[in-house]
Design a protein around this ligand. Structure first.
Ligand SMILES: [Zn+2]
Ligand SMILES: [Zn+2]
Length: 335
């Protein structure tokens, strides 16, 4: 019997289609696929490769002031939003608009063209996370910015147009409807129970254990009970905190190894699948609060959405989340 499962945090429903369910190993990418680490280390035409840096677009680099770099942040060459200008709101009947003020930056994660988070060292991943944090804090200081979106597209099916490992940071002058919905649902849960819904989910996942993939003192990674697609993973900090921008040093130290562990499992078990990674945090002007809880979502792009998803806002997941978790928990394969 298929099952409709509800995500406790968003109250969204998914169909776990046991009738159509495929085993997790049916999602292993083709063996003739060129894996990220098998690509060349340098591409003469890549704008992020060493020697091709467009310095006029650079926002900052790490280490600062050095000739070389480990990570860099650059302004997107074709930004969705403009940094300079004044925020003007014009609400006139059906025509309501706000000038497109905001930030659209690219975080170049490594000097090597064929590097990928799954295979980086803890120190290298830490440098990436530090840059997320640094730019996150700096952009949050701009009073015109209401919300930050941190994301990564890995692979073509995830929307990446460039192979070179990079993430994007967008600072928006509004809080998007989807984010508002999530905040409101978590606030409703808090009103009803006095608890953070994410802390509640985490406690439940830790006690059940069947969907856990990786764990340390500060973070837990699990396949979501109401996964909207195969191998849909959340990484939650085990200490309640609404904003990523307020993360403490101890948690930072523990984030890189856990992130690497999860991404390495995906890379080795599923043969370098395309995925989106999203870091969700409370809107920039909301203070630390008891109801929202920052986290990282990883969504491999293994099945395609279609008309039903568009028409209903509901997803059909053709895998069993517990089976996906068990598959990823099995010993990681060495490369
Ligand atoms: Zn490159
Ligand atoms: Zn919480």
């Amino acid at each position: 019997m298929p099952e409709l499962r509800q995500n406790l945090a968003t109250r969204e429903w998914v169909i776990i289609s046991s009738e159509r369910a495929r085993r997790p190993n049916a999602y292993i990418e083709a063996s003739d696929r060129i894996l990220t680490h098998e690509r060349p280390e340098h591409d003469a035409h890549c704008p992020f490769c060493l020697g091709n840096e467009e310095l006029d677009l650079e926002v900052c680099r790490y280490p600062e002031g050095s000739q070389g770099w480990d990570t860099r942040v650059v302004r997107n060459k074709y930004p969705a939003l403009a940094e300079a200008g004044t925020l003007v709101r014009n609400f006139n009947g059906v025509e309501r608009y706000i000038t497109g003020i905001g930030y659209h930056e690219v975080l170049v994660e490594h000097t090597l063209h064929n590097a990928t988070l799954a295979l980086m060292t803890d120190e290298e991943i830490r440098a990436v996370v530090d840059m997320y944090l640094r730019r996150g804090r700096e952009i949050s200081d701009d009073p015109r910015v209401e919300h930050l979106v941190f994301f990564k597209n890995h692979g073509e099916r995830a929307g990446a147009s460039l192979v070179h490992p990079h993430s994007q940071i967008i600072g928006l002058p509004i809080v998007p409807g989807d984010i508002r919905h999530r905040i409101e649902e978590s606030r409703r849960f808090f009103d009803d129970t006095g608890q953070c819904v994410f802390c509640t989910m985490l406690a439940d996942e830790l006690s059940r254990g069947e969907r856990l993939i990786a764990l340390n003192d500060h973070f837990a990674a699990f396949v979501l009970y109401a996964s909207s697609s195969p191998f849909h993973i959340w990484i939650l900090p085990r200490t309640h905190r609404a904003s990523f921008m307020h993360i403490d040093e101890d948690s930072l130290i523990h984030l890189a190894p856990l992130l690497r562990d999860v991404l390495f499992r995906l890379y080795t078990h599923l043969n370098d699948p395309d995925y989106n990674l999203i870091l969700r945090s409370t809107p920039t002007k909301e203070p630390e609060n008891g109801y929202f809880h920052w986290y990282i979502a990883i969504v491999p792009r293994l099945s395609r959405s279609a008309g039903f998803e568009l028409g209903s806002g509901m997803w059909i997941n053709p895998t069993i989340p517990e089976e996906c978790a068990a598959f990823l928990r099995d010993g990681a394969v060495a490369l």
